[in-house]
Write a protein that binds this ligand. Structure first.
Ligand SMILES: [Zn+2]
Length: 268
């Protein structure tokens, strides 16, 4: 599984953590995983090595209980293959992936870096393993109402997680403006346009002036015209931009597009 997560540091410690000499965790298919289970380490500090030593040495388990451990500085330690049915939520082990945040949240709080890393990790896991539909606290699994784990409010955690997902979507949806160079009769102009939704938008006044066109500004309608022609223009920071084809037509120029250099070539 690809565990490169944008904005997070993932350290793969699967091969170096203490393991039981003979016992091995049973395996499952990724599609068997239905939920991410949140835990706290219930220790003020700690490391995957320390947890693994305890789980193997004291509990006699095949390996560390968790699939991922998130340190206070936001570092994510990858501890078990997701396919390993490790021991962390009893009868629900077969369908759950264990994520442990280092800290004792009865008296401490997860750090902002830790929460951010946890959000990024869960989003990544849900992308890689779409059968993960739920994010639950240890305590929310059948038979564990008595267990104060992860000891932070899961309702708040899930609300923050959905807000994190929405923010990320907003970022992706924002239209990107790609700059466009402009050549007029082989001469590169000092101004640039931009590409928006596949259309090159050019600065009306600068291009019309360079091509000897007559520019008018109609104050009442906030309209710009070149040689008496109107455009579907866009005003950005006080300058009018028009689609290259409309502007070229008004200036009686031919227009070509060079996609390899993102250049609009105007000829007259
Ligand atoms: Zn737990």
């Amino acid at each position: 599984m690809n565990m490169t997560i944008k904005g997070a540091r993932v350290v793969d410690v699967r091969a170096s953590l203490p393991r039981h000499k003979t016992l091995k965790y049973r395996r499952r298919k990724l599609t068997d995983i239905r939920s991410a289970a949140m835990h706290h380490s219930a220790t003020k500090s700690g490391s995957p090595e320390a947890f693994a030593r305890y789980h193997v040495g004291t509990n006699g388990w095949p390996g560390i209980a968790y699939h991922f451990v998130v340190q206070k500085d936001g570092t994510i330690y990858w501890c078990n293959d997701p396919e390993a049915i490790s021991y962390h939520v009893g009868n629900s082990n077969r369908h759950a992936l264990g994520i442990c945040l280092v800290g004792d949240f009865r008296t401490q709080k997860p750090t902002p870096a830790q929460l951010d890393a946890a959000n990024r990790l869960i989003r990544h896991l849900q992308e890689q393993i779409p059968s993960i539909k739920q994010v639950l606290g240890h305590q929310e699994y059948p038979g564990y109402t008595w267990k104060n784990c992860p000891a932070f409010p899961m309702g708040t955690f899930r609300t923050n997680y959905s807000q994190f997902l929405q923010k990320a979507v907003g970022k992706v949806d924002k239209p990107k403006q790609v700059p466009v160079a402009i050549k007029l009769n082989r001469q590169l102009l000092a101004v640039t346009g931009f590409l928006q939704e596949g259309v090159s938008m050019l600065p009306v006044r600068a291009v019309a002036n360079a091509a000897g066109g007559k520019v008018e500004w109609i104050e009442q309608t906030k309209d710009v015209r070149v040689n008496g022609k109107d455009f579907n223009e866009k005003i950005i920071a006080g300058s009018a931009y028009a689609p290259a084809r409309e502007l070229a037509a008004a200036l009686c120029l031919q227009v070509e597009w060079d996609g390899s250099t993102n250049t609009v070539i105007l000829r007259g």
